[in-house]
Design a protein around this ligand. Structure first.
Ligand code: NAD
Length: 508
């Protein structure tokens, strides 16, 4: 791992505060990053104190005054070069993501690929930040709308996508003319430092004003500071619903704008008309991929009673084949949870499920012994439950899969929608009527609704996000860029008169 750290410019002790191309001193709390893979300390980071935070925001504010004047395609060209740099660093960065966060190497590399994809998307977007033109009701008048940059975008991110979520925000925000200040998860600070090093070189080579890509590292206090800071017009926060409620309230109290990407409780409906072999792959990957630590992980299966027993037996068999261990070893399917706190939450959820009447058909448990010394490896498990159980309506960030039975599609959709969260959902069916009903306004209430693919693994081309307690935000593709800009309506009078709208007369 040392050669990977060297390539990414990570030392044993690192500064955690950057104004852009420059690191600045700080006396904040020192955060040690431990790998959940083997429990070893990777390196330390000095957190951002109050004075350093203010310096980053001040520099970002100054940088915005210049950056907003760059033509958008020119900003896009810088993002294009960022994508090139990411291609160059894909392997070491993917490995660091895997080692610091614990996801499989394939998923670590996939996360960097997602960064590259969003950059490519943003480059094209830099020539398409379009508004509409309207016909004015007044003669000799022209009316149109245009989109301007907002200012500083504060980015608060979660541990489970330690690099991709930052780039989803930054790639769009930068072409839109905004500057960014990132507060990554305190559980994955080294991934953030690696990203900062990569982007700093690209920005320096292009004469980008210092301050366009700030970094502040610390615990929730730094996030709270960003949320309350009136100099930050948009706060994009990814994490738990608990965090999102706090950030949403703080940003709302100052009438700022927030983009919230919060917890999910994603279900797949398995119809009696499903291709069960295909469904099996989607369900198992969705439930155990990233050890159940994706916001889009599959947590609930709602299975038609005619195929319930057969599908449950297939799942039980598939779970027997799962190999749990070092995620950098490509022979393994399931890596560790992020830390022992997450393991405790997994164990508590299993106990709670049992106390509510859940029957485990694949038992869980914490793994011990050789290869599991970090204490973060757990067994993916499956329980038969009733949809109304409290634990089933709650997002446990771990590989616990709940099975439920249904008779009629309407009932399955009601179960699917009957939780507080609304991120991702799917139906497995070859029946066109069922598929279209699931996608109709009487169907899934989630931000993402799929047919014959699982709940996880979204592409960057679509807008990503969810409803209800998932927060309502949309990031990434489609027209998600609009949240990073302010809309301005312009009316120009080129006539010789000054007629008022609605025919109002006002003669002097
Ligand atoms: P978390 O809420 O504990 O922390 C996320 C970030 O918020 C961290 O940087 C943390 O320091 C910060 N934070 C915590 N409390 C805060 C507060 N009161 N004010 C400001 N900042 C605060 O989440 P986590 O454990 O890192 O990540 C897992 C959660 O993230 C899951 O619920 C998962 O579903 C969600 N998630 C959602 C998406 C999505 O796009 N919907 C994507 C990834 C993760």
């Amino acid at each position: 791992m040392q050669d990977i750290l060297d390539q990414l410019g990570i030392r044993q002790s690192n500064g955690g505060t950057a104004t852009g191309q420059k690191w600045i001193g700080s006396k904040g709390k020192v955060i040690a990053s431990f790998s959940p893979v083997d429990g070893k300390k990777i390196a330390e980071v000095v957190g951002t104190d109050e004075a350093a935070y203010d310096q980053v925001i001040k520099k970002a504010s100054e940088a915005f005054l210049e950056w907003r004047l760059w033509p958008s395609p020119k900003r896009g060209d810088v993002v294009r070069q960022f994508a090139e740099a990411l291609r160059k660093y894909k392997e070491p960065l993917g490995k660091l993501v895997s080692y610091e966060m614990g996801k499989s190497l394939q998923e670590g590399l996939g996360e960097v690929q997602e960064m590259i994809d969003i950059c490519d998307f943003a480059v094209g977007l830099s020539r398409q930040l379009h508004g509409l033109t309207m016909h004015s009701e007044r003669p000799g008048h022209r009316m149109y709308e245009q989109w301007h940059p907002l200012g500083i975008v504060g980015i608060i991110s979660a541990f489970n996508f330690p690099v991709a979520v930052w780039s989803w925000n930054t790639a769009l925000a930068w072409v839109c003319g905004d500057v960014c200040v990132w507060k990554p998860s305190e559980k994955t600070p080294l991934c953030a430092i690696a990203c900062q090093n990569i982007i700093a070189d690209v920005f320096a080579a292009n004469g980008v004003p210092e301050g366009v890509c700030g970094l502040v590292i610390g615990e929730r206090e730094i996030g709270e500071r960003l949320a309350a800071d009136t100099r930050v017009p948009l706060v994009s926060a990814t994490g738990s619903t608990r965090m999102g409620k706090a950030v949403g309230a703080a940003v709302g109290a100052r009438l700022g704008r927030s983009l919230l990407e919060l917890g999910g409780n994603n279900a797949i409906i398995i119809s009696k008309d499903a291709d069960l072999e295909m469904a099996l792959v989607g369900c198992v990957f969705g439930a155990v991929g990233t050890a159940g630590q994706r916001c889009t992980s599959t947590r609930r299966l709602i299975i038609h009673e005619d195929v319930y027993d057969a599908f449950r037996d297939k799942l039980v068999n598939a779970y027997k084949q799962l190999r749990i261990g070092d995620p950098l070893d490509e022979a393994n399917h399931v890596g560790p949870l992020i830390d022992k706190g997450a393991v405790a939450m997994y164990s508590a959820a299993i106990e709670k499920c049992k106390s509510e009447g859940g029957q485990f058909v694949v038992e869980g448990g914490v793994l011990e012994g050789k290869g599991y010394e970090s204490g973060c490896y757990v067994k993916p498990c499956i329980a038969e439950v009733q949809p109304h159980y409290e634990i089933v309506c709650h997002e446990t960030f771990a590989p616990i899969l709940y099975l439920m039975k249904y008779k009629m599609l309407e009932e399955a959709i009601a179960i699917q929608n009957g939780v507080p969260q609304g991120l991702s959902s799917s139906i497995m069916t070859l029946n066109l009527r069922e598929a279209e009903t699931f996608l109709s306004s009487a169907g899934s209430d989630c931000g993402i609704a799929n047919v014959n693919i699982g709940t996880s693994g979204a592409e960057i081309g679509g807008a990503f996000g969810g409803e209800k307690e998932t927060g309502g935000g949309r990031e990434s593709g489609s027209d998600a860029w609009r949240i990073y800009m302010r809309r301005q309506t312009n009316t120009i009078n080129y006539s010789t008169k000054l007629p008022l709208a609605q025919g109002i007369k006002f003669d002097l």
